[in-house]
Design a protein around this ligand. Structure first.
Ligand code: DC
Length: 215
């Protein structure tokens, strides 16, 4: 059996990496894993159990009994809300939580049939360092806040651009401190800055990288 082709896509919040990853997986008929959603699932489970996300010991205990739930289908809107996103960025700082998810993510990539696309923060460096294609998707903080703001508005949610920008900066800071050794935009030099690009152009650029790297 051939080894599956693995595409690792990393980048900061709201850079467009999630939509790109999904579209690439669909185009190539690969399996797709949104790894941020795994941290969000643990965060949601923690919140629903009445546990404070910064209570490290309680979070670890809850997550240890949560293993099988990770693969279940979730109500996406519950996972996507900003409270859960913030809690996710707090629980993601706990090494034991990262270890629990490490195995899940590696197995997903290894056991995919044709290939797998994983998007997150540390896929190319920690989870799948041997990935066949590594992409880093980024955009300026202002652009990312602008997109997130529009998305919230389209969902009928009320938030000012300034508040979204401030939250984005806070989240970036937390993610960057923790992931400074893992998030590496220069890995393989396949960086796409989407600040001034539309989603179709980003997709085409990624597809070109894929074509020139596929075996
Ligand atoms: O991409 P996202 O917003 O759904 O991710 C939620 C949080 O999970 C984010 O603050 C960073 C964290 N995360 C991580 O630490 N490692 C990953 N591979 C994916 C997400």
């Amino acid at each position: 059996m051939n080894k599956p082709f693995v595409i690792a896509i990393d980048g900061p919040a709201a850079s467009g990496k999630g939509s790109l990853a999904k579209r690439l997986a669909k185009e190539l008929e690969f399996d797709f894993l949104d790894t941020g959603a795994l941290y969000r699932r643990i965060a949601l489970h923690t919140l629903e159990s009445g546990i404070d996300p910064s209570n490290t010991e309680a979070v670890i205990e809850a997550a240890q009994n949560f293993g099988d739930e990770l693969a279940k289908d979730y109500d996406d809107s519950a996972l996507r809300n900003d409270g859960v996103g913030n809690a996710a960025s707090i629980v993601a700082q706990i090494p034991e939580i990262r270890q629990i998810l490490f195995n899940f993510q590696q197995n997903f990539a290894k056991n995919s049939e044709k290939g797998a696309v994983l998007d997150g923060r540390d896929i190319a460096t920690v989870i799948c360092p041997d990935a066949d294609l590594k992409l880093f998707i980024t955009a300026s903080t202002e652009k990312r806040a602008e997109r997130r703001h529009k998305e919230l508005q389209s969902r009928g949610l009320d938030a000012t651009y300034e508040a979204v920008l401030a939250e984005m900066q806070e989240r970036d800071e937390r993610d960057n401190v923790r992931l400074k050794d893992h998030m590496d935009p220069n890995v393989d030099n396949h960086t796409i800055d989407t600040s001034e690009m539309n989603p179709d152009d980003v997709f085409q650029r990624a597809l070109d990288f894929y074509k020139s790297s596929s075996r």
